[in-house]
Design a protein. Structure first.
Length: 231
């Protein structure tokens, strides 16, 4: 994580997403702009929650880890998104790990300033309510899709989610993939997922080599996915 001391860039993000209407004048001076590199952790499951982050550029993945060390990716997020909202409202530790899939920029504010100046500020509270309820609706839809759609559709959606970011032109389809993690996410077995990956390779949609996958036919994956269910 790197704090960016760029007041003009912060101001431009605030204007682009109309965030000045969400934060009152007392909170605004305490907002900071942060950058994260691809693969960097923004927050880790179980750690104390100290900041509320607003994702304003890039893509992140959100996942949870079991006591046995198994990882389950829950979703991928693009702007505008809140990270740490439930933890702030409930005053609890970080629920899930959040990792930068591409280069990421976030606006962050420490909880102490939110509690001091924003706990009774209606626009901020309404914003939190809107975001949190939307997350629950998306989660419900994703669970339904995982039950209703075949592995081919779920894998195509997963590959689209992890291999492209419209805000980063250099992030263009080459990715390292953990087959077990992907299998956990889309709710299938390691062996079945390997067979479907082989099918996609045979159809020319992807190319696999030494633990990495190159997406060769993005439109083919889009047609297969129909709905990008992991975003």
């Amino acid at each position: 994580m790197k704090e960016m001391n760029d007041a003009e860039l912060l101001k431009s993000y605030m204007y682009s997403y109309n965030l000045e209407s969400i934060f009152n004048e007392q909170i605004l001076p305490h907002l900071s702009l942060y950058s994260f590199e691809q693969g960097e952790l923004i927050c880790s499951q179980g750690d104390p929650s100290e900041h509320l982050y607003l994702l304003v550029e890039g893509k992140v993945k959100i996942y949870t880890t079991s006591a046995e060390g198994k990882t389950l990716i829950l979703s991928f997020k693009t702007p505008l998104e809140l990270i740490g909202d439930i933890e702030y409202v409930q005053n609890i530790n970080i629920i899930n790990t959040v990792e930068a899939v591409s280069s990421v920029r976030m606006i962050g504010v420490h909880h102490r300033w939110l509690r001091k100046y924003g706990k009774d500020y209606a626009p901020l509270l309404q914003f939190l309510l809107d975001i949190i309820t939307r997350k629950f609706a998306i989660k419900s839809n994703s669970m339904s899709f995982n039950l209703m759609y075949p592995v081919e559709v779920r894998l195509a959606s997963y590959l689209l989610s992890v291999s492209f970011d419209k805000s980063d032109s250099l992030f263009n389809g080459q990715l390292s993939i953990n087959i077990k993690d992907a299998a956990n996410l889309i709710g299938t077995s390691y062996r079945h997922l390997n067979r479907v990956i082989g099918q996609f390779c045979a159809e020319g949609m992807i190319e696999r080599s030494k633990g990495s996958i190159l997406v060769k036919d993005r439109e083919g994956l889009r047609a297969m996915a129909n709905h990008n269910i992991y975003e």
